[in-house]
Write a new protein. Sequence first.
Length: 453
Amino acid sequence: MPLNCSSLAAKVPHILGQGRIYTPNYVGKFFCFFPCKRTYQNSSLQIVSLSKLNQSFTSSIMEDLKSLDLSSPQPEKYSKEMDIAVRAVQMACSLCQKVQDSMISKANSQVQAKDDNSLVTVADWSVQATVSWILSESLGNRNVSIVAEEDVRTLSKADKAGLLEAVVQTVNECLSEAPRFGLKAPQMFLTTAEVLEAISHCNSTGGPTGRFWALDPVDGTLGFVRGDQYAVALALIEDGEVVLGVLGCPNYPMRKEWLNYHHRYHRIISKLTPPTSESWDKGCVIYTRKGSGEAWMQPLLQGQKKLVWPNSARPVQVSSIDNPALATFCEPVEKANSSHSFTAGLAHSVGLRMQPLRVYSMVKYAAIARGDAEVFMKFARAGYKEKIWDHAAGVVIIEEAGGVVTDAGGRPLDFSKGMYLEGLDRGIIACAGAKLHDKIIKAVDASWNSSSL
Ligand SMILES: Nc1ncnc2c1ncn2[C@@H]1O[C@H](COP(=O)(O)O)[C@@H](OP(=O)(O)O)[C@H]1O
Ligand SMILES: [Mg+2]
């Protein structure tokens, strides 16, 4: 009798660890292993050839496989957290779209400067409150620890009563739609104190042990207020490792060429040319689980539709382009956030010939994961400390989609040191493949000493 591969797939990672699993094809009395990469129903299997296994390891795997009870597959690790996180990010994207539309249609005072002069909007606080409330409600308040970008200092100031009222209303409007996203809505409207409590609940500072979420409610706030690209980023970090990544990109255009343009052109073009497929107008949520070898993308939920899992999800993969002359590199729009002159020098020396794609926010990570660009480089000014919520979701998504992300010294980013990426060597380099990545790392070394960074 042939083995049921999908039920087996659900179990094998438990005996072999994450990332790579060995799937037998039952032939007579023997298990045979074969090299390929394939998806069986809900389970993603990366299958490695028998030649890579030594004999004793193979025998022990066979013993383990024989002892499996194939009739009752175990759920994949973090499947509940993933399900809730994707739905919460879908909700957050919908909230942001409404706020951004209202900001564009009527100039209003929803943009505030924080103590450090960076921008914050009704959407930042409202998303943080909403995601915090959903995670706590679905997974248990005590189990949920969150590191997030916003606090309630500005919002609680006496002269900000109108702003706070707008946040409370936005959160309640969003949460009342929770059932459409397959989540539970609150029984009653949240009070102001409850909304502030949900925002303040995100007071974890991360660290090397235990489990916490890293949330950037609106990444690329400048892009957001300018009506352009921005992202909602949520990651689960366990013992210093990013284990889940979810990235919502509400303005990701239907055609990758449109990433080159300010999003207002996309708005105009969309009005002139109706979308080819209603479900893929614009915007997406990309998500992955570490070690799965796959990253998935759902369209944003449109109109009054209900989210029915997996919501037309399809896998995404990095580009196979490894010739620098054909590769596109992305970087922040603001040169205050990354040195455009240093990356231009690097691009020149490795043979990247295309114009850089300058996009706000972690949409750059999404572009690499979707195969729409090949390189992302960021070199902030000396002394700037990168925050974990600005990178965690994007890094794991690119890695599982087949790409490489390191600091400029070639080391993985370290999410175990608290709120910041402590010890980051010079900058961040994300690439579709190792060949491009290698070239850029070497070019950084060659030109660093003569740079002004
Ligand atoms: N001086 C600086 N250097 C580097 N990054 C900065 C910076 N000031 C802000 N940032 C980060 O850059 C993010 C925006 O990314 P990008 O420049 O790629 O669009 C900001 O996220 P927020 O907008 O969430 O605050 C912020 O975390
Ligand atoms: Mg950010």
